[in-house]
Every structure is written in structure tokens, then in C-alpha cells.
Write a protein that binds this ligand. Structure first.
Ligand code: HEM
Length: 483
């Protein structure tokens, strides 16, 4: 197929069968960033038999995600996404189609609108309160707090209540297993399976390596959980007895209200496919962002102090940071932006596939090309950022740059038609969580540790999201004016 194509982007020479797979390393976004220094910001690799364009500059990302948004807004059919998305009935992994447009409309209007996120507000506040209470207990005994565990628990509890109307106790998952399943499912979704990249025999390799079996196990575990929570949902008459609708209530209502030719178009399988996306997107990326932010601040106590002064000044002696304070926390918002610049939780976004032909940087991009945008590399590009490796929230003072998809040097949520629809929901919980951690406690390093000992290494492995490799343990000292 490549033979009749001309003026393709440059890229490293490939090996038979595996192509450039061996060059991805344990942290593909980092290896690809290095390769881009040699071959340029529009680079062509072969992952097994699949030609893949890797984009590593803000300008090339703009040409793809804005100028050619419609041409580049599909998704490739990933081998294991088929299973986990109920045969592409979801929104995140389904190719561009009328079905995707319908699902996206439901997300934008019904599930993640500002109004809907506001209606979840009390859940976020209650879960943050219980996080603060549990940290207070460790603080009383001066034992280090495992913030990694606590923050995954926070996002897990919030998403369980908002989406599934349940809690850890009711879900049948313990907190550890919940996080493990989310992580495994993400790795399976975009992990480089042999079925994907090795023609004809790839599926045999996956079976021999146990990947196929592992995927089936995760799928059945989640499917069982989704079915159970759907079955436990009240009938239409009883919804009004609840103080708020969760996402399953909203989706069941859509199923019930289908009429005429629409009837049965949207069924339990569609709901479960969407729940799969919400489960995966809702738990890991938010927790990862808060963990990196706290690690960066623990490394720079002067910045931590500045953020604490701000939140304590704005909150005064109310004894609680609530969402109405968050708009005034300008420095905290800069910290979140800076964290997402250096540590985008999905460093290569979600792969795209082109629908029609266009050009980038003079190279021809053909239909059905796979595209990976390296948001991690773009966030560290010295052409756009001064001292790009340094954590400097102040760089956003007097800057209009944000992460809502209009500034291509900062793309943690992607851009264009496929931009993350959960941005508002995600930033709401990240800002609320961080503001409370900074308000209620001073954070110290465990006995014998110095700032140099805080590891900023990333967890190796091929997955949709990349987290901090080691748990973040800090000692919480209750701030006296807050007690
Ligand atoms: C810090 C938190 C989050 C980050 C960094 C993040 C990042 C992303 C990225 C990079 C994409 C792909 C965008 C593209 O292809 O251009 C995406 C898509 C998506 N995100 Fe998020 N996300 C976050 C939180 C959430 C939350 C809380 C939800 C909902 C509960 C959510 C739901 C989705 C969905 C459904 C898609 C697929 C959209 C589509 O393909 O049309 N995300 N997200």
C-alpha cells in the first residue's frame, strides 16, 4: 500500500515484521521525543505492519487537529478496544460516524455539561471531606500518608457515586482492585498487542503470551460490575426519590424515552460501553494529575507555601474550601496547568485515524493513516517553553494559554472534535482536591528524606496513561488555623 504513496514524512529505518517496535522502549512518549529530534516533528514509524505518524510540534498538531479536524477525527480499530468497547459502541474508541456524533451529543448535553457537573458538586465536596478526615488521622500520629493511594481512592469514590450511584462497599471492588482493573484495562486498550501489528499470526502470539486471556478476564469482571449496577438502579418512578440523578439514571432514561425508529437503538450494551469509558477516564487521569502536582510542590517548598498562602487567604476562617472559592485561586490554576504541561496523564493522547487526504509540513498524509500526537514532547518543546524541564507555574502569569484545545503547545486533553468531553469535570475535582490538601495541611518529607529523594520517574510500560512510578509518601501536619 505504501508503494504508491509519495512524499511521506521521514522516519527511522524499519526491521522486517516488527518495523520500529523495538525503538519504542519502556516509555514510548520519551523514546519518540528523542527520535523526533533526529527525524523531525512529523515522523513516520512502522509499528509492526501499521504505518504511524508521530507528531511532536505544536504547529503540526494545529494543522492536524484544527485545520484538518474533520479529516483526522476518526479512531483506528484497535484489536483489544473491540472487546472492551462492546464492539465499538463506546465514544472514545469508536471511529467517526453518525453513531459517534449521537454519543458525543449525549456526553456534551446530558452527562458532562457544566450544569450536570454542578449537580455533582456536593458529591465531590463530601468525598474530599472524607479524604481530609482520613489524612487527619495519619497526621495525628505523624505517620507518612500514601498520597498515591489516597488520591486514587478519591477519584474512584467520586466516579463510583457520580456515574454508578454506588460506593466502594456497594461495588464489590476493594480500592486496590478497582485501581488495578482500571490500569490493566488502559494498558490492554492501547498496548501494542501482536494481533494489532503482526499480520496473520499476531493473534496466536497474544494467546501464547496470555494477553487474550487477560483481556477477557478484565472485560468479564467489568461487564459483571456494570450489569450489576444497572440492575440495581431504580425504576423511573423511584428516580425522583433520589436527591440527584447519576449517569446510569440519565442513560436509562434515554433508553426508556426512545421512540419509533430510534427504539432499541440504544440498549444496555451501549450504556455499558459508555460506562467503560467513564470508568477508565474518570479514575486514573485526575488522580495522576494531583499526585504529580503534590510531588512537584513537595520538591519546591517555596511554591507549596505560595499556593497555601493563596488558598488560606481566599478561604479565610470558613474552615472549608468549597467550589465557590476555586475561581479565585489563580496560582492553584497555574499549578494545574504546569502539572499537565510536564505530566500529561495520556502523553500520546488517544490514537487518531485520518479519513481523507491532507498535507502537514509539506508531507502527504493519506486516508487511514494512524496518528499519535506526542503531547508530552510538545509540552517540553524549547521552541515554545523557556526552561521547559522546570516546574514554573509563574510562566502562566499574564498568559492566555490554557488546555481547552485552542493552544497547541498545551494539549493534555487533546483538541478538535475528539477533545476530552470531561475537561470541566476533571479540573473541578483536581482543583478541589488540591485546594483542600493545601488548605488543611502543611506537608513535610518523611524522616531522613530530602527533596532530592522524591523520584519523578514515570511508570514504565505501554498504556494509555502514565503515572508516577513510586508512591508519593508525605507527612501531613494539620494547619492550626484550619483546625
Ligand atoms: C485530568 C483528567 C483527564 C485527562 C488528562 C483526559 C485526557 C483525554 C484525552 C487526551 C483524550 C483524547 C482527546 C483527543 O483525541 O484529542 C480524552 C478523551 C476522552 N475523555 Fe478524557 N481526560 C481526563 C478526564 C476525563 C473525565 C473525568 C472523563 C469523564 C468522566 C473523560 C472522558 C473522556 C471521553 C469520553 C473521551 C473520548 C472522547 C472522544 O473520543 O470523542 N475524561 N481525554
Amino acid at each position: 500500500m505504501q508503494k504508491n504513496k509519495h512524499n511521506l514524512p521521514p522516519g527511522p529505518p524499519k526491521l522486517p515484521i516488527i518495523g520500529n517496535m523495538h525503538q519504542l522502549g519502556a516509555l514510548p512518549h520519551q523514546s519518540l521525543c528523542q527520535l523526533a529530534k533526529r527525524y523531525g516533528p512529523v515522523m513516520l514509524l512502522h509499528l509492526g505492519g501499521v504505518p504511524t505518524l508521530v507528531i511532536s510540534s505544536a504547529e503540526a498538531a494545529r494543522v492536524i487537529l484544527k485545520v484538518n479536524d474533520l479529516s483526522s477525527c476518526s479512531r483506528p480499530l484497535l484489536a483489544y478496544a473491540r472487546m472492551l468497547s462492546y464492539n465499538y459502541l463506546d465514544i472514545g474508541f469508536t471511529p467517526y460516524s453518525d453513531y459517534w456524533k449521537e454519543m458525543r451529543k449525549i456526553c456534551n448535553l446530558e452527562l458532562f455539561s457544566n450544569k450536570r457537573v454542578q449537580s455533582y458538586r456536593s458529591i465531590g465536596e463530601e468525598e474530599v471531606d472524607s479524604l481530609i478526615n482520613s489524612i487527619s488521622q495519619s497526621s495525628a500520629s505523624a505517620t507518612p500518608v500514601d498520597l498515591t493511594e489516597k488520591l486514587f481512592s478519591l477519584t474512584g469514590s467520586v466516579i463510583l457515586r457520580i456515574a454508578f450511584g454506588t460506593s466502594f462497599q456497594g461495588s464489590g471492588f476493594n480500592r486496590h482492585r478497582f485501581q488495578e482493573v482500571a490500569h490493566d484495562a488502559e494498558a490492554i486498550l492501547v498496548g501494542y498487542s501482536a494481533a494489532e501489528f503482526v499480520p496473520y499470526v499476531g493473534w496466536i502470539i497474544d494467546r501464547l503470551c496470555g494477553l487474550h486471556h487477560r483481556s477477557e478476564r478484565i472485560f468479564h469482571e467489568l461487564d459483571h460490575f456494570f450489569q450489576k449496577v444497572i440492575d440495581n438502579h431504580p425504576s423511573s418512578e423511584r428516580i425522583t426519590e433520589k436527591d440527584h440523578e447519576d449517569i446510569i439514571d440519565v442513560l436509562l432514561k434515554i433508553v426508556r424515552e426512545q421512540t419509533g425508529s430510534e427504539a432499541a437503538r440504544f440498549s444496555h450494551a451501549n450504556i455499558k460501553a459508555l460506562l467503560m469509558n467513564i470508568f477508565l477516564a474518570g479514575v486514573e487521569p485526575g488522580a495522576i494529575t494531583m499526585i504529580w502536582a503534590m510531588a512537584e510542590l513537595a520538591k519546591k517548598p517555596n511554591l507549596m507555601k505560595k499556593a497555601q498562602d493563596e488558598v488560606r487567604y481566599v478561604t479565610g476562617n470558613k474552615g472549608k474550601v468549597d467550589e465557590s472559592d476555586i475561581d479565585q485561586l489563580q496560582y492553584l490554576k497555574m499549578i494545574v496547568k504546569e502539572t499537565l504541561r510536564l505530566h500529561p496523564p495520556a502523553p500520546l493522547l488517544i490514537p487518531r485515524e485520518t479519513i481523507s487526504h491532507f498535507k502537514v509540513n509539506g508531507y502527504e498524509i493519506y486516508p487511514k493513516s494512524r496518528i499519535q500526537i506526542n503531547a508530552w514532547a510538545i509540552g517540553r518543546d524549547p521552541d515554545y517553553w523557556n526552561n521547559p524541564e522546570e516546574f514554573i507555574p509563574e510562566r502562566f502569569i499574564d498568559s492566555s494559554i490554557d488546555f481547552k484545545g485552542q493552544h497547541f503547545e498545551l494539549l493534555p486533553f487533546g483538541s478538535g472534535r475528539r477533545i476530552c468531553p470531561g475537561i470541566y469535570m476533571a479540573t473541578t475535582i483536581v482543583e478541589l482536591g488540591l485546594a483542600n490538601l493545601l488548605y488543611w495541611f502543611d506537608w513535610k518529607l518523611p524522616e531522613g528524606m530530602t527533596v532530592k529523594d522524591i523520584s519523578m520517574e514515570e511508570e514504565p510500560g505501554i498504556s494509555l496513561t502514565v503515572s508516577k512510578k513510586t508512591a508519593l509518601n508525605l507527612v501531613a501536619v494539620k494547619f492550626s488555623a484550619a483546625s
